[in-house]
Design a protein around this ligand. Structure first.
Ligand SMILES: NC(=O)c1ccc[n+]([C@@H]2O[C@H](COP(=O)([O-])OP(=O)(O)OC[C@H]3O[C@@H](n4cnc5c(N)ncnc54)[C@H](O)[C@@H]3O)[C@@H](O)[C@H]2O)c1
Length: 382
């Protein structure tokens, strides 16, 4: 069944028609990436966004690509148009749940690439997962695209190749600029974004889990809003999103992860520094320098190898070092594989990365370790 429906939607040589719901900064980034995939038989047929300035900017881009796309003000009209095989959801985080449920429950199947975080709460992620299980005729990929940044991919290969031995520690440092200004300032409040450790850091919790090869057990975090956004006011309210945190995650195979987040650290050479240490070796990745280091305990400091990571398939670097391009390439290949290939980053990955973020936010609030089962089974939350 899955195979025949999927093959009807995207036979190997047919054009795959995309719709983009939400054409703000990230939606337009998807539009540009898909344009760079046009030789792979990709076209954007429609966009949906209620905000006219976002529509206009997306239309200007589409016109410069010679793409005649339809413009809608909401996702329901886009679905009803029947124009799209694939829908990219790049709307504010708090809207993902409703939009995803409408797409998944829509009679005509649409494959979905949803931006991270999957949803802002664990309960909503679980509902989406349960609904999607009933739709064997659709593929859903979650936009945890840091996996595709070339130095990160190379480090994943080093780790999965067994070069470090069993992984014991994963440390991820993100030191960067503050959150950007968004349409209607949705990202200034936890209620909209899920909180900084969900909104931004689901990427890093996903990577930790991938490197550790395990699932999280408990989380301890310390964080606050100390520097950014304190002089901003929206509808009488000051933003409540934290701008720095340390988060410790313990995994069920005994390994542990640590996130060091600072969002007032423009004076950094790299935005992300990742270190993975196993029983026999250590690997590191640096973004955007795109450098990977790898050494063993036996060879010591003099034996550390440094290399530049690149992926020649990338036709557009964009805002995220080519990872959005590779994410699309990968999802397209799953679509064209007609049900023989699952999306590389599935709904379970989306759920667990959100659950770690929710646990970390709760840990800051409560000042204690939070068990993952507490947030997965919300009845256990006090
Ligand atoms: N992969 C990444 O690293 C990355 C980077 C940035 C943003 N994102 C994610 O992308 C999503 C969008 O973020 P952004 O930076 O583009 O925000 P944005 O504010 O720039 O754009 C959001 C757009 O969605 C539109 N919108 C709001 N509600 C809508 C609805 N119900 N239907 C259709 N359109 C709607 C808004 O009008 C706006 O044009 C978020 O989930 C964010 O977390 C991911």
């Amino acid at each position: 069944m899955l195979r025949s429906v999927l093959s009807a939607m995207a036979a190997p040589n047919s054009t795959v028609k995309y719709g983009i719901v939400g054409v703000g900064m990230m939606g337009r980034e998807h539009l540009i990436n898909l344009h760079h995939l046009r030789t792979e038989g990709v076209v954007v047929a429609a966009i949906a966004d209620p905000y006219v300035p976002s529509q206009q900017l997306a239309l200007e881009l589409a016109q410069s690509f010679d793409w005649q796309l339809k413009v809608f003000s909401g996702h329901q009209e886009l679905l009803d148009s029947g124009l799209c095989d694939v829908v990219v959801v790049s709307t504010p985080n708090m809207t993902h749940y409703e939009i995803l449920m409408d797409i998944i429950n829509y009679p005509k199947p649409h494959h979905v690439l949803v931006e991270k975080p999957l949803c802002t709460t664990v309960a909503h992620c679980k509902e989406v997962l349960n609904a999607a299980r009933k739709r064997q005729d659709m593929l859903v990929q979650v936009g945890l695209e840091y996996r595709y940044m070339p130095p990160v991919t190379k480090l994943i290969e080093i780790v999965k190749g067994g070069n470090l031995g069993p992984v014991k520690m994963v440390a991820i440092r993100e030191h960067r600029f503050p959150f950007l200004v968004k349409v209607n300032n949705w990202n200034r409040f936890n209620a909209n974004s899920g909180g900084t450790l969900v909104e931004k850091c689901c990427h890093f919790f996903d990577l930790m889990r991938l490197f550790a090869g395990a699932n999280p057990v408990r989380v301890m975090a310390s964080g606050a809003i100390d520097v950014n956004h304190k002089d901003e006011i929206y509808d009488g309210k000051v933003p409540d999103i934290i701008d720095n945190a340390y988060v410790i995650v313990e995994f069920d195979n005994g390994s542990r992860g640590m996130l060091d987040l600072c969002m007032f650290a423009e004076g950094s050479k790299n935005e992300q520094e990742i270190s993975v240490v196993g029983e026999i070796g250590k690997g590191e990745a640096f973004v955007p320098e795109s450098i990977v280091r790898f050494g063993s305990r036996v060879a010591g400091r003099d034996g550390v190898q440094t290399s530049k990571a690149e992926d020649k398939r990338i036709k557009y670097d964009g805002l995220h070092h080519g990872s959005s391009y590779l994410e699309h390439l990968n999802f397209l290949s799953a679509i064209r594989a007609e049900g023989q290939q699952a999306p590389a980053v599935g709904l379970q990955d989306g759920l667990i990365s959100v659950a770690i973020g929710v646990a970390a936010q709760l840990s800051i609030e409560k000042g204690r370790f939070v068990m993952i089962e507490e947030v997965m089974d919300e009845h256990k939350c006090d």
